[in-house]
Structure formats: structure tokens, C-alpha cells
Write a protein that binds this ligand. Structure first.
Ligand SMILES: Cc1cc2nc3c(=O)[nH]c(=O)nc-3n(C[C@H](O)[C@H](O)[C@H](O)COP(=O)(O)O)c2cc1C
Length: 186
């Protein structure tokens, strides 16, 4: 079958939807975040792409701290909402119940099954976005979302984003095991 080049924006890769938490003008603020990825093993580093126009961008530069919160499928609407309005015009500080771990400017969302608190480690300046690299200082979960002491995706029920069709999807069934299934070919 012939491959067709559909241009640079045609990708449809699922991205875990997260809510970025910061302190903007000393108040908690939250924004929807699709562009996040783990980038280093030890220390545990996570990279996020944040547009320079967002309040969250200024907040990270000011405080050097942020949180990454993974909502469950029941939280689609509120997650989308924090991606539609900016703290520059709308106060989003009381949308969620929050708690804090070690970092005082990284609000963690109680309603989210899984939350990471991150300390800014490095920044990479790109044309429209900054790639903020954060060191994961703490990972917060509840017993009911874990199996044998580890977060369990079937209990957390995260959702993923595809672009450019801009859709949210549930995560389906487990289809294999990493660092294991390939051994059948060794
Ligand atoms: C589904 C979704 C995913 C988004 N992902 C990102 C992202 O990864 N990076 C980014 O800079 N903006 C992203 N946005 C846009 C911001 O969430 C949005 O502009 C938000 O209103 C910024 O809020 P703030 O100005 O209070 O920081 C996303 C929006 C939506 C709806």
C-alpha cells in the first residue's frame, strides 16, 4: 500500500492527558497538558512543553516548581475546561481540592488518582514553547488506585488525547508485557 505524506500536523499519537498545577500570582492555577514525557531515568526527569503565552509558563519561571496530575475519565469536562480558559482572565484556583507535598508552589489535586510534584531542573527554549524539565520529587497516589504498592492503570482510568482530531480516549486492555514479550524472539 502506498504511504501518503499528510504534513507535519497530521500525527495522531495518543498522549496522556494531565493537569499542570502551578502557583500564578501566589494562587493555585491549573491547565490541561498533553505534551509531557519522561526524559531521564536517574534522577527521575519529566519534560513538558508549555506555550510562552500561558499564565502557567510565567508561574513555572517564577517559582521553579510545578505538579503533574493525572485525571480519570470522570474528569474529562473539568480537564478540558482548564485548557480553555487562562488564569490571566479567569480564576481557576478553587476548581479542585488541593494538598501539598514537599514543594510549596506545586499544588496537588486531591480528585486526581495520581499526582507528581516536580522541581524545575532545566529549560529548553523553543520558538513558541518552553520545554521545562522537572525532577520528580514525589509521586502521590491512594491505596485504592494501586495494586501491590504500584499505581494500577485499570484503577486510575486515565485518558489520552489525540491531535489534530482533538479527541479524548480511554485506555484499552493490556496487550503485552515490556522487557519480556520480545524475549520470544531472542
Ligand atoms: C486537551 C488540551 C491539551 C493541552 N495541552 C497543552 C500543552 O501540552 N501545552 C500547552 O502549552 N498548552 C496546552 N493546552 C492549552 C492550555 O491548557 C490552555 O491554553 C490554558 O488555558 C492555559 O492556561 P493558563 O494561561 O492559565 O496557564 C492544552 C489544552 C487542551 C484543551
Amino acid at each position: 500500500m502506498e504511504k501518503i505524506n499528510i504534513g507535519p500536523q497530521g500525527f495522531t499519537l495518543p498522549m496522556p492527558l494531565a493537569i499542570l498545577g502551578t502557583h500564578y500570582n501566589s494562587s493555585p492555577n491549573y491547565m490541561a497538558l498533553g505534551w509531557s514525557t519522561r526524559v531521564n531515568f536517574e534522577p527521575a526527569l519529566l519534560g513538558i512543553g508549555v506555550n510562552k503565552r500561558h499564565a502557567s509558563h510565567a508561574a513555572i519561571l517564577e517559582n521553579g516548581e510545578f505538579s503533574i496530575n493525572f485525571p480519570s475519565t470522570e474528569m474529562v469536562k473539568v480537564t478540558d475546561y482548564v485548557g480553555l480558559v487562562s488564569a490571566k482572565h479567569t480564576d481557576k484556583s478553587d476548581l479542585f481540592d488541593r494538598f501539598y507535598g514537599t514543594l510549596q508552589s506545586a499544588p496537588l489535586i486531591k480528585e486526581c488518582p495520581l499526582s507528581l510534584e516536580c522541581k524545575l531542573y532545566d529549560t529548553v527554549e523553543l520558538p513558541t514553547n518552553t520545554f521545562f524539565i522537572g525532577e520528580i520529587i514525589g509521586t502521590w497516589c491512594e491505596e485504592r488506585f494501586m495494586t501491590e504498592g504500584l499505581p494500577d492503570i485499570s484503577k486510575i482510568k486515565p485518558f489520552v488525547l489525540t491531535m489534530p482530531d482533538n479527541s479524548y480516549w480511554e485506555v484499552g486492555r493490556c496487550v503485552g508485557h515490556a522487557w519480556k514479550d520480545g524475549k520470544a524472539l531472542t
